[in-house]
Ligand binder design. Sequence first.
Ligand SMILES: NC(=O)c1ccc[n+]([C@@H]2O[C@H](COP(=O)([O-])OP(=O)(O)OC[C@H]3O[C@@H](n4cnc5c(N)ncnc54)[C@H](OP(=O)(O)O)[C@@H]3O)[C@@H](O)[C@H]2O)c1
Length: 316
Amino acid sequence: MRILVFGVTGFIGGKVVELLKERGEEVFGVARSQKLDVPVKTFVANVLDKVSVEKAINECKPEAILFAVGERYPKGRVGEDYLALMQSSRVEGTRNVLECIKEMPSKPLFVCLSGALVYKREQVYKGEISLPLNTEKDPIDDSTWFGQTVLKWEAVVTEYGNKFDIDYTIARMGSVYGWGGIWKELFFERIAKRKRVFVPGNARFTTSLIHIEDAASALVHFLTNPSTGEVYNVVDDEPVVFKKFIEHACELFGAPKPLYIPLLVLKPFLGAGYKLVAPAFSISQAVSNEKLKKLGFELKYPSYKEGLKQIFEKVS
Ligand SMILES: NC(=O)c1ccc[n+]([C@@H]2O[C@H](COP(=O)([O-])OP(=O)(O)OC[C@H]3O[C@@H](n4cnc5c(N)ncnc54)[C@H](OP(=O)(O)O)[C@@H]3O)[C@@H](O)[C@H]2O)c1
């Protein structure tokens, strides 16, 4: 199958490419500039530039497309304009790709990443472990920056999917962890060197995680099987209090316990980014993977314990 991965240089996109190649699929990538370390033929396009997107898609003629794109959250202070760019790279970027797909005589299947840690919660939980699990049918919290972004993002996918008869799947990812991406940058690299990490907030919130290999396997499943407009949470079996997760990682590597920095102390240093960081590091999200499991999908790392062990063994 000819598959085109937008975000080929990213944490998730890169892993999906690796797994697709192992399966023997014909894989192509899209990146903003020509990169030498990408293992597949790569088309240069910026998702905010429709002309370049159209050129990449028309040259590649894929049977399936993965949209694993999003402007990264940079370190330190960000302004409103940067948050707007982060949102438009996801929302308008997706629209630009779907605008091209809708014109194609044979429309490729479209798989779009989205977020699972956005469900509306009655209250901010602080460390409880037995929370009710949110399913795909539950409402999304429109009071947070990420919730608003996900609502706009998914609305574009469903609008184009329904109007132009495009097969699509929306993959709502939990927090994707592994030896790569922001996790490696913020936490694991330091932990592996037995250095202390700094964690925003008191880490007493519950979160739903997914190991990068399981995240990528689920996306490979969606890319290689037809769908009729379904939304899936992609999370592991065991929501965990973040403090427990990060301290377990520190223990495995023999690193000191993290230093927890109150969110209000960080507020002046984050600027508009506080709107993104504060909910991510305080609102509990416990998400169900029952629908994903019904597809027959088996997790290699059902909980953070197996996932962290894999990272430890890989790095040690
Ligand atoms: N990681 C998670 O835990 C998680 C959870 C839920 C949802 N998601 C969503 O999944 C997507 C991918 O996540 P990730 O962790 O793999 O992120 P990542 O490692 O930061 O990768 C983002 C990718 O997007 C590309 N990109 C950014 N802006 C672009 C643009 N204007 N045009 C073309 N390419 C562009 C980047 O390319 P460059 O190399 O050019 O920067 C990079 O390849 C994001 O939208 C993220 O919000 C991630």
